[in-house]
Design a protein around this ligand. Sequence first.
Ligand code: NAD
Ligand code: UDP
Length: 339
Amino acid sequence: MSEKILVTGGAGYIGSHTTLLLLEAGYEVVVVDNLSNSSLESLRRVEQITGQSVAFYKVDLRDQSQLANVFEAHEFSGVIHFAGLKAVGESSEIPLDYYDHNIYSTINLLKTMQQFNCQRIVFSSSATVYGDPASVPITEDFPTSATNPYGRTKLFIEEIMRDVAVSDEGWNIILLRYFNPIGAHKSGLIGEDPQGIPNNLMPFISQVAVGKRNKLSIFGDDYATPDGTGVRDYIHVVDLSDAHVKAIQHIEQLGGVSTFNLGTGNGYSVLEMVKAFEKGSEKPVAYEIVGRRPGDIAECWADASLAREKLGWKASFGLQEMVEDTWRWQSNNPEGYSE
Ligand code: NAD
Ligand code: UDP
């Protein structure tokens, strides 16, 4: 019998791609999501691509009794925990909601897992836990800090998970620190579908290219980088998802708590991203230079050699594929899943 994985937040951007890869790798998948930032259509399309079914429960992770019902109905060999709120700016406006949805939900999840004797979890952390790094590339032993409530929820959850692992040796935990996920599945059927005005660079650029927005605002061209614009490590969402499958496959053998950076090890500037997108989409991307966005750092890219060594994982997609796959999704689905 195949192993069954619970994916929280599995209707979302990274969760839907990971669900697809888990199914392709032969796992059964159960998704819980409250659909606050996603649509069930993403999972319907995952089923269409794979020809396999996904069990779905509309559950808010803050509701422990509803979550327990899901664990009553299924025996899970592991959990991949994506669910949570993720907008940095918004987290400063409604911090309590961020602590509630991210931290309280995670405590509920861990308690429920303990109750049902499931002690393997892979968690979505973020490169934001490195704050403003003293140098690049960033290795996992760099000091951590947070400058906003969203980042603090990631840091706190990492600490909570370490405490849980110390309290009981039965736990196997993998903390994955994502750099900048972009791109979409090559089918063009699933991708990132932000609500309202996108906060992140790539969905904003692609909405300009498709004609939904007039121009991109580039937040500062006076950073200490080759062209003055911010440099980030963009990673294809399918590569990122593949790392979750490898994490589940290695979690028992690794034991305790492990932390891995997930990036390509390459940094690209905002202007380089605009140029690459214009090339990949053959559409102009109008932009203007505006002031810096508060809290942004100049440059951030990963040393991902630990994930290569311990998980046998390495990013395989280059920038042009990331851009072309984003564009296929955006141009085929200009209104995202809501069409
Ligand atoms: P997403 O918003 O597309 O997915 C998150 C999902 O969680 C959504 O489907 C949402 O409906 C669900 N959700 C939110 N609160 C919930 C709750 N209380 N109960 C049940 N479901 C809930 O985001 P994503 O980009 O796929 O990100 C997934 C995870 O990766 C998040 O934890 C995010 O913080 C982390 N992460 C994302 C990025 C990024 O740039 N996308 C970078 C680093 C880390
Ligand atoms: N950025 C920008 N305009 C936008 C959104 C982002 O110039 O509308 C820049 C931002 O300043 C940063 C890079 O693009 O240098 C990546 O930003 P994003 O929000 O996607 O990711 P993060 O800041 O979390 O790395």
